[in-house]
Design a binder for this molecule. Structure first.
Ligand code: LR7
Ligand code: MN
Length: 604
């Protein structure tokens, strides 16, 4: 909560600061009582708008002071359905700032706090597995750029709590020159609170380096046997570290990865990921592939390890000295992207290997967009991929260029050092890698009969048949008006993205909703009710069902006179007014006049 409040403060100062030379001679929220006479005609309108904004800011500041006084830390162990509920305007404000900055629901994350229980998602045999008594020590390296403070602290604190202290030598946090105030002094203070054994070390870059150079900086400062790289928005699961360390101890040249479980960015619900391994496409994007068929036949097969042609990038363990020998990362790569494919090619081609260990589980927050850019504004992925391609792919680089024609004109800098590395490590060529490590990979235009059967498209969220548990019209309580789709049609049904309004209740296709066992409301068994967008202007629309919950997850308490609550938005369905054609919106949940609904059962 303190963080929420701090966020609130600096959001006010960010958006409400007026440049010094403006006609408005003030740059502080406290000066909002400027007499009107001082404005010039030309700027009057703007002036009035600013005064309005300042008043709002002042109000928010007062509220935030109240929050500071009233709020006590809440002890909650896991995200339940009510967690995303936005209680008042202040919370809505905080939630919106969070989405803007971090692209996930920081309100929910902050309410969860520094630790929670999460489901043990491993196969049942994992718990019975014995690990060597003597495991190597680990240095955990987490670099971050403008991470949400509570989410970052929970990542760290969860590691402290779920890792045996004799193995955990240090957690090295590398701040990649973040500019959020929270991550300056306040972060240091918070770390002091949890840093009992002085396990946490905080390093700061003096300029933005990107995650690749930041990780190397962290690694060079590490002192234990094994390095474990993690993202800054994760929660490690029970016994996550033992399988990784045991395998690296056994095999010095193997990079090992956990299964990356899913933390929903809207709700922070933690769910299991299936067992899949890493591949890539010719655009050099990482992708998930199914394990070769026949891999999982008996229970013990679920213990792995599984060899993987590539890795996702963010979460893995490696022998510290081996990481150095094999060439760390390419320091010529900027900000984000490409380094995961590069290290995958390099490790395999130069005699090492990559494996997935299914008994190690770490949840990662999967966001819908990346909330930051690079300094120059250009996407760094293409440049980084070019460097990887020209060093490791030999003639196969042409496939990449065909796939990404715009890359042809991109300057990828000097790669002579990396070519030298390849030379001195005497690495195999790319065709060896394709033949031996990734035989399933198809060349453009080629179709491998077997592999297309072996590799159905993977979706991290388990896709299965929709189960309808209910069907109904949604009637505004005490009226004869129901929620209906409106607007233009497409292929005989209302378009994706269509908004909703009230219409006289009729048992017709555009008023009949089917509720699924995943709390989706599917109109006419075709399109899902969705709280679209992540900001304050969220509207209920109908859209393609994505099966990821969150903005398509709706809860109601009972069948009549119930609010209908959206998990991601944290708000409830409301009619703008109780009349025909009135728009349906989302608003703070209450039992108000226009926000309670009767679900009038239909046949299923
Ligand atoms: O300039 C930056 N400086 C940083 O320190 C940009 C980012 N970072 C930090 C950031 O705060 C985070 O902790 O670097 C870490 C990774 O950045 P994300 O979380 O924005 O990346 P991602 O999860 O979207 O992307 C995946 O691919 C990246 C390619 O460069 C990295 O390898 C990420 O580690 C990787 N994440 C995972 O593999 C987690 C599982 C996702 C999947 C699949
Ligand atoms: Mn990430």
């Amino acid at each position: 909560y303190w963080t929420l409040v701090r966020n609130l403060h600096d959001e006010i100062s960010l958006s409400e600061t007026v440049p010094k030379n403006s006609y408005f001679p003030s740059n502080s929220v406290n000066d909002i009582n400027m007499p009107m006479e001082k404005s010039f005609d030309k700027g009057k309108q703007q002036y009035l708008e600013k005064v309005k904004r300042y008043k709002k800011a002042r109000k928010m500041q007062k509220i935030s002071r109240k929050l500071i006084e009233e709020l006590k830390p809440v002890a909650v162990s896991s995200a339940n359905d009510e967690f995303g509920m936005v209680k008042n305007e202040e919370e809505q404000f905080l939630r919106d700032i969070g989405y803007k900055r971090h692209a996930f629901n920081t309100l929910v994350s902050s309410k969860i706090g520094l630790f929670r229980d999460i489901p043990d998602t491993r196969h049942k045999l994992c718990a019975q597995q014995e690990h060597p008594k003597q495991l190597p020590t680990a240095s955990i390296i987490i670099c971050f750029y403008n991470e949400h403070i509570v989410t970052l602290l929970r990542s760290v604190n969860t590691i402290l709590k779920r890792t045996p202290s004799n193995i955990l030598k240090e957690i090295i946090l590398v701040d990649d020159y973040s500019d959020l105030d929270d991550l300056k002094k306040p972060l240091e203070k918070e770390i002091e609170q949890i840093n009992y054994n002085n396990t946490i070390r905080l390093l700061r870059n003096d300029k933005r380096e990107g995650l690749i150079r930041s990780r190397v900086y962290g690694a060079r400062n590490a002192t234990s046997d094994v390095l474990i790289f993690l993202d800054s928005h994760i929660e490690v699961n029970v016994q996550w570290i033992e399988p990784l360390l045991a395998r690296v101890k056994e095999s010095r040249t193997t990079l090992v990865m956990p299964v990356i479980d899913i933390i929903n960015a809207d709700t922070f619900a933690y769910s299991s990921s299936p067992l899949v391994r890493g591949g890539f496409n010719w655009g050099l994007h990482f992708k998930w592939d199914n394990l070769p068929s026949g891999t999982l036949m008996k229970d013990v097969d679920f213990l792995g390890p599984f060899r993987s042609p590539t890795m996702a990038g963010g979460l893995f363990a490696v022998n510290r000295l081996y990481f150095k020998e094999i060439g760390e990362y390419d320091l010529g790569m900027d900000v984000w992207g490409g380094e995961n494919i590069e290290i995958s090619f390099r490790v395999w081609q130069c005699g090492g290997s990559i494996e997935l260990l299914p008994c190690s589980r770490i949840g990662h927050v999967f966001r819908k967009r990346r909330p930051y850019g690079s300094l120059s504004g250009v996407d760094t992925m293409i440049k980084n991929s070019l460097r990887a391609a020209y060093v490791w792919m030999d003639d196969y680089v042409d496939y990449f260029l065909q796939n990404q024609p715009s890359a042809k004109s991109v300057d990828y800098g000097d790669i002579s050092e990396r070519l030298q590395l390849r030379q001195s490590l005497q690495c195999n060529n790319f065709s060896w890698y394709l033949k031996n490590i990734y035989p399933e990979q198809e060349l453009p235009g080629e179709q491998k009969l077997l592999s297309s059967m072996d590799q159905p498209k993977y979706q991290p969220w388990h896709s299965r048949k929709r189960n309808y548990i209910n069907s109904f019209m949604i009637r505004l309580t005490n009226t004869t008006l129901c929620i209906a789709a409106s607007g233009p049609k497409e292929k005989g049904f209302w378009k994706r993205g269509s908004s909703l309004h009230l219409a006289p209740c009729l048992r017709v296709k555009n008023q009949m909703w089917y509720e699924t066992d995943r709390s989706e409301f599917v109109l006419g068994q075709l399109l899902c009710l969705e709280a679209s967008g992540g900001s304050s202007s969220v509207l209920p629309v109908i859209n393609k069902c994505h099966e990821m919950g969150g903005d398509q997850e709706w809860k109601h308490r009972k069948m009549d006179e119930s609010p209908i609550y959206n998990i991601a938005a944290g708000t409830c369905l409301r009619a703008k007014e109780p009349s025909k054609s009135a728009a349906i919106e989302l608003a703070l949940c209450s039992n108000n006049l226009f926000s309670t609904w009767d679900l009038i059962s239909g046949d299923i």
